[in-house]
Design a protein around this ligand. Structure first.
Ligand code: 5GP
Length: 189
């Protein structure tokens, strides 16, 4: 998606270890106009998919997910990173975080991820695909069905996308980063 690619080239910042910071428009300060355009693009790309529910993981996936849910007029559920003491009837899985270098538990209530739900997952980044794998596990545990995964930014050099596509998942990424070597951002045309 042209507008996102241009914004990444203009305002994205590279860090050691293959990290791309987009704090000025996605991960800290947010640009709602761009966020809306990205959601419109997801709606276009998943137009032929029947969806019941949009799902994401807190916190950075919530903004794009709610925009998509708003446009599709569908509920949005986010997996929580800490089990709330009041939450019963829940499904949990463990995810390894590449940016934090540790594992964490994510959970979602069976009340909001239900058998038969056709789920579209939306997140900010796809890197190694660990968060995505965790979500697939939660969706399976719920007896729901994953119908697609949309990411604002995919880092192709970490191969999470290859793995998901090999499993037959419909993956859509709005900007694909080919390399961040030598702190230079290379985006797929
Ligand atoms: P994965 O589980 O696919 O390895 O990583 C995806 C998650 O890690 C995303 O939800 C995102 O929060 C975080 N992440 C991975 N790579 C980056 C990055 O380069 N920049 C930022 N800001 N977050 C990242």
């Amino acid at each position: 998606m042209k507008a996102l690619k241009e914004r990444i080239m203009r305002d994205g910042k590279c860090f050691e270890g293959g990290i791309l910071k987009v704090d000025s428009f996605i991960n800290h300060q947010m640009d709602p106009i761009l966020m809306k355009s990205m959601a419109v693009e997801f709606v276009r790309r998943f137009a032929s998919t029947k969806i019941d529910k949009v799902m994401t993981i807190e916190a950075s996936g919530i903004a794009p997910a709610i925009m998509v849910g708003y446009l599709l007029e569908l509920p949005v559920v986010f997996a929580k990173k800490k089990k709330p003491s009041t939450m019963e009837n829940m499904l949990a899985t463990t995810v390894y975080s590449f940016t934090k270098g540790r594992t964490y538990d994510v959970c979602v209530s069976r009340d909001y991820l239900c058998p038969g739900d056709r789920v579209l997952f939306i997140d900010d980044f796809l890197a190694n695909g660990n968060a995505a794998k965790g979500v697939i596990d939660l969706v399976h545990k719920a007896g729901a069905e994953l119908v697609g995964m949309g990411f604002l930014i995919e880092k192709a050099f970490q191969h999470g996308g290859d793995c998901l596509r090999e499993q037959g998942v419909h993956v859509e990424s709005l900007a694909i980063i080919e390399s961040l070597d030598n702190c230079q951002i290379k985006i797929k045309e």
